[in-house]
Design a protein around this ligand. Structure first.
Ligand SMILES: [Zn+2]
Length: 266
């Protein structure tokens, strides 16, 4: 089964506006339409069976409404992960509500929401996720960070969560450290109890094949999950790139879906 663990879509009503600002802020072009129908059309083209849809919010008052919508779009093709904001008061309750409504994980974005990944305010959330729900967390910088911005999601901070909550199922996004691959390699890659995803917009091809192969080998290809950041990168282009790397068919199918299927429980 092919699974993309990292996509972003929105309700029809606001999708166009969000896409315009994403494209503008990140300076990237969209490869598809960021709606339920848009991602499904892209999946049919790319042979991806399931996409994990990640909830993103800017403010705490947006969490419940975003999660209500994410709960409503669950089906055979879409696996939504809820959004949680550090300033939401009843964070653990919201995680429980997500679980009770069939949601299998959450996404956290320390850079966008300005909190350190290992902030003790988040511990009740990590505790509540238990050993059944999966945490996907932005790891590394943001493309438009300035050098003196706080490193909210540095790989070392992600590892502090992994060490504190060894039962937690966690995927450190962007190869464990977007634009921080040196630190990721030093402190995260090769460690147990943490998976990484391959999301690297606008294309994974920006990471040289030798580098990517070395990263997969160091971390263990059984702990790597395919992700894209659709609509900012293409499932077709990025999965083709992985298929061309020097790994066995079984290892490649693991990366392209089976590892995520086993972790998330799909
Ligand atoms: Zn993303």
């Amino acid at each position: 089964m092919r699974i993309d663990v990292h996509t972003h879509i929105w309700p029809e009503r606001i999708a166009g506006t969000v896409l315009d600002s994403m494209v503008h802020d990140m300076g990237l072009d969209a490869v598809g339409v960021n709606t339920v129908e848009g991602v499904k059309a892209h999946m049919r083209e790319s042979g991806v069976d399931k996409s994990v849809v990640l909830g993103v919010v800017e403010r705490p008052d947006q969490v419940k409404r975003a999660n209500d919508w994410l709960i409503s779009i669950q089906d055979d093709m879409l696996v939504p992960f809820g959004a949680i904001h550090p300033e939401l008061e009843d964070k653990a309750d919201e995680v429980r509500r997500l679980r009770e409504n069939g949601i299998k994980g959450i996404k956290l974005h320390p850079v966008m929401n300005s909190f350190y990944a290992d902030d003790p305010r988040m511990f009740p959330v990590y505790e509540e996720l238990g050993d059944d729900m999966t945490l996907e967390i932005h790891s590394g910088r943001f493309p438009n960070d300035s050098p003196d911005d706080p490193l909210y999601a540095a790989p070392e901070r992600i590892m502090n969560i992994v060490r504190q909550f060894p039962r937690l199922k966690i995927i450190a996004l962007h190869l464990g450290g977007m634009y921080m691959l040196d630190e990721a390699e030093r402190v995260l890659l090769g460690q147990e109890n943490v998976l990484v995803d391959t999301t690297w917009p606008p294309s994974l091809r920006e990471v040289a094949a030798e580098t990517l192969t070395a990263i997969f080998n160091k971390h263990g290809s059984h702990k790597v999950c395919f992700g894209t950041d659709f609509p900012l990168a293409s499932q077709v282009t990025d999965s083709d790139y992985i298929l061309g790397l020097p790994f066995s068919d079984a290892e490649k199918e693991g990366i392209l879906g089976e590892n995520a299927r086993a972790l998330i429980g799909l």
